[in-house]
Design a protein around this ligand. Structure first.
Ligand SMILES: C[S@@+](CC[C@H](N)C(=O)[O-])C[C@H]1O[C@@H](n2cnc3c(N)ncnc32)[C@H](O)[C@@H]1O
Length: 351
């Protein structure tokens, strides 16, 4: 017998998820049309004034604002008929690159809906879906989603948590950023440590082209080199540090990548620096909102990316035990979790 109360409770959850799903698209619309940016710091505003300020249609903006108010993204004053973007929401929705900026996440999700047929095929066949075969919205969304965490943590928290790495970078070291994507992390490092040389590698050519242009724009091209290469064959040796930011689990051959890194590092004294999404080792311990998000990203992007290259599909929720196994198989003898944040795990492996 169906328990009607349970059914209603579940339908309520689904309706809430559907509102959230539609909200993702409308948040992205707000980003693209500059609606949140126009509201940030502007105090209370009517729909007409917002439409005028952003060159958009007043009737449509009234509806968009109603959806935002119902979702708790903006506040609504029924007495005055005005809307307001509170400061905390403005940080998450309008402050590009800021520590709480979330728009990149919405952009990633929108890109996945654009790729829905490819994802259906990937799940049906297990043949995988290469990183480069996704809609290009994914690449920009990924950069915008990860950059805030790098801005907030990379130089201030993650590098200092590694054994002796900060001092080497300050003095002048050689560091590789493997699977660097658009190079947000590489460029940030190059700005922070002007005496060091940085080498960004990724097998996705358009991302490397983007990263090269960005390095020029940001004035660090003298100390950053970007090159198309796989994690198992990137050039150079005697690196002090080889980093993998949110990508080791995506790779064709994470074991081979660890082994190649082992060979490319300065013997005895190098550091493999790995940042991964936060995950516990056991599925049952990841059954929470963050786990839901990461397993979903993993189903649609990370596992198919690895399978498309003939890889093992470690998944975004690989967990510490599996990452340890990867680096130990690669030859490393010392491995530790250097730190954790609510969304990331930072590991250090030494020869
Ligand atoms: C989730 S993105 C992370 C990008 C970047 N590290 C960042 O934090 O913005 C994963 C990256 O891994 C790269 N990648 C996947 N497999 C690779 C491989 N076998 N060799 C080199 N790069 C690879 C993809 O092209 C993509 O840029």
């Amino acid at each position: 017998m169906v328990d009607e109360a349970k059914l209603n409770e579940f339908i309520g959850k689904v309706v809430s998820d559907m509102g959230g799903g539609a909200g993702v698209l409308l948040a992205f619309v707000g980003d693209r049309l500059g609606l949140y940016r126009a509201m940030a710091g502007a105090g209370s505003i009517t729909a007409d004034a917002l439409a005028q300020k952003t060159g958009t249609n007043p009737r449509m903006i009234r509806e968009w604002l109603a959806s935002q108010a119902a979702g708790g993204y903006v506040s609504y004053d029924a007495k005055t008929g005005e809307y307001m973007l509170p400061e905390e929401q403005a940080m998450a929705l309008a402050q590009e690159g800021g520590p709480a900026f979330m728009q990149g996440g919405f952009q990633i999700l929108v890109s996945l809906f654009k790729d829905e047929q490819k994802i259906i095929e990937a799940v049906r066949t297990g043949r995988g879906l290469s990183w480069g075969d996704h809609d290009k919205c994914l690449f920009e969304g990924t950069e915008r989603f990860f950059r805030p965490a790098y801005n907030a943590n990379l130089i201030r928290n993650w590098i200092p948590a590694l054994d002796g790495v900060e001092a080497k970078l300050v003095k002048g070291a050689k560091m590789a950023d493997v699977g660097c994507g658009h190079g947000a992390s590489t460029i940030l490092l190059a700005k922070a440590y002007p005496n060091s040389k940085f080498y960004g590698f990724d097998y996705h050519e358009p991302s490397i082209e983007w990263a090269k242009k960005q390095a020029e724009k940001e004035g660090v091209a003298d100390r950053v080199t970007f090159q198309v290469a796989k994690s198992t064959d990137f050039a150079g040796d005697d690196y002090d540090v080889v980093a993998f930011f949110d990508c080791l689990h995506d790779m064709a051959d994470p074991y081979g990548a660890a082994a190649h890194t082992y060979r490319a590092l300065k013997k005895k004294d190098g550091t493999m620096f790995i940042v991964e999404p936060y995950a516990e080792d056991r599925l049952e311990d990841n059954l929470n909102p963050l786990g839901r998000l990461f397993y979903s990203a993993s189903t649609t992007v990370c596992v198919p990316a690895s399978l498309a290259q003939g890889g093992p599909g470690l998944g975004a929720q690989a967990g510490e035990k599996r990452i340890r196994e990867v680096v130990e198989k690669g030859g490393f003898t010392r491995f530790r979790r250097a730190m954790k944040s609510p969304v990331n795990l930072v590991y250090e492996a030494r020869p």
